[in-house]
Design a protein around this ligand. Sequence first.
Ligand code: PBG
Length: 341
Amino acid sequence: MTNVNQWLPLVRRPRRLRRSQAIRDLVRETVLLPNRLVLPQFIMEGDDTAQAIDAMPGRYRMTIDRTIAECKEAMTLGVQSFALFPLVSESLKTNDGRQALNSDNLVCRSIHAIKEACPGACVITDVALDPYSNVGHDGIVSPQGTVLNDETVEVLAKMAVVQAKAGADIVAPSDMMDGRVKAIRAALDESGFVEVGILSYTAKYASSFYGPFRQALESAPVDAPNVPKDKKTYQMDPANSREAIAEAMLDEAEGADMIMVKPGLPYLDIIHLLRSQTTLPIAAYHVSGEYAMVKAAAKLGWLDGEACMRESLVALARAGANVIFTYAALDYARSWRESFA
Ligand code: PBG
């Protein structure tokens, strides 16, 4: 095979561009910087405490002081955006989620504390009733067991204003009620928060990959008469994609500044599809179950966890996600920094 005349007569040899790391780096199509990542944080009451989350190795429920420390570290790694999720005491949970409107609630105190400690941070708050609901739903449940749309939207709009007052940069409705983006935009504007953005969970699927998150927040739907066992009457059917376009068009018309697809990896086609339909930035949520799968396989020695996590995040970016919510944000940022060391 050393004889020149025996070489295959190929004009194009794609492998030429894969010969060395330097060449591969030159022609790489997708570069995911840590500043594209949003770190979701689970917050709890108390001082100087972090509680491990069983199904999410490496992630914790943390008190506000610990959360701030993590935000400071994240900022030094280039991760500047945080999504806050509160663990609410059972005694404060009601069907109408009214603790969400308390301007001194855990989330509001966390926003203040983070913005004071890290003025450059972007704080994103979740707008949905589930952490505050005694039945574990994103909306108010009627006595007959229906998740009420318009009544819930009224509460969500107030909730967004409370979060904006506390200093949230972006509010993120994750509830999937119809018309909430429009109502939230109107409420924010009326209260003078014209600069606060809306990141809408546009195509949020009724997915089984949210399990570890619901454990972390103790927010799963409760097993009781006249309480829906799942979220299928508001979150989308995993079998649908045209419907995601319809949701995106509505959210854009109602005033969303960014839209989201959630979960991430099983829905790359939806990210790709929406990327071609709107000029708005698209966020993807690499959810708790996706994180847990990689961590679990790594623990068993079946996968290289760090490498699989990096590959997952780059794949989301390649599919068209401009922003990625991931529990692996800090690990990714550390390995990014090490790659230059
Ligand atoms: C609830 C909410 C959920 C997640 C984010 N916001 C769970 C749900 O809809 O039941 C899941 C995130 C994750 O699994 O990482 N509004």
